[in-house]
Design a protein around this ligand. Structure first.
Ligand SMILES: *Cc1c(COP(=O)(O)O)cnc(C)c1O
Length: 233
């Protein structure tokens, strides 16, 4: 029996009940206290997304006993901070440059880990958003694929994007469709390469647009405020 009513668990259950099979929900807990994560955990949820290194590390430390939590890093990542999250992070979704990729490889190698990563693609209109443009993305994937083991501590799992913040559904829909077609293109082009054998993830869609993202082919969605409520910055 549940001892107290939890709106967080209720929200997660409501979202999960409507998700088609095979879609993973990352509960984005940034700016929310550890107690909210524990609530979600007690309700059975295991995968959480954080966007700031310091916040993630301190939450991880506090929640060490919950050893089956899967942490996804989804925010801007400075190369000098990579080493702090490599020991425990399950996936880095926000790889935005070759330099960052190389640093993750280096730290993961030092710490004897293999880290799942997504390449973040910049498709949104806003210049402030980060990620590879389409040409850089092509070059980077080619580089990994032809690296002859130079990225052995990285597992390229797929692509991620953050859509333009707009009420114009057509814009968002077309960005999601573009990410999915880039994914399909790469999967097709390199399907026989070892480096691409784990390439299976399309991460897109947040609280206000995850249904659209799923329609367009997402299999990972990242939902924060719809689960935990508005963030207090
Ligand atoms: C904050 C954040 C989310 C979640 O946003 P909500 O609108 O609260 O669902 C998803 N993805 C990334 C990269 C984020 O930074």
């Amino acid at each position: 029996m549940k001892s107290s009513h939890s709106f967080i668990v209720e929200n997660i259950d409501k979202i999960k009940a409507q998700l088609p099979a095979g879609i993973k929900l990352v509960a984005v807990s940034k700016f929310h206290p550890v107690s909210c994560i524990v609530e979600a955990y007690r309700g059975g949820h295991r995968c959480f997304g954080e966007s700031r290194v310091q916040e993630l590390v301190s939450k991880y430390e506090e929640l060490k006993d919950y050893s089956d939590i899967e942490w996804h890093f989804i925010g801007p990542l400075q190369t000098n901070k990579v080493k702090f999250i490599v020991p425990f992070v399950s996936m880095i979704e926000s790889v935005t440059s070759l330099r960052l990729l190389q640093e993750i490889q280096k730290q993961a190698s030092k710490q004897d880990k293999v880290i799942d990563i997504l390449l973040e693609v910049h498709l949104a209109k806003e210049e402030t958003k980060s990620g590879f443009d389409i040409q850089e993305l092509g070059n980077t994937v080619a580089l990994i694929v032809d690296s002859a083991g130079a990225y052995a501590h990285i597992r390229l799992r797929g692509l991620m994007t953050i859509a333009t913040q707009t009420d114009d559904e057509a814009v968002v829909k077309s960005e999601f469709a573009t990410l999915k077609s880039l994914f399909d293109e790469m999967k097709e082009k390199y399907h026989e390469k070892n480096e691409m054998s784990y390439f299976d993830t399309v991460s897109m869609g947040m609280s206000h647009d995850y249904n659209l993202a799923i329609q367009e082919g997402a299999n990972v969605i990242r939902v924060g405020s719809l689960i935990f409520g508005e963030r207090q910055y």
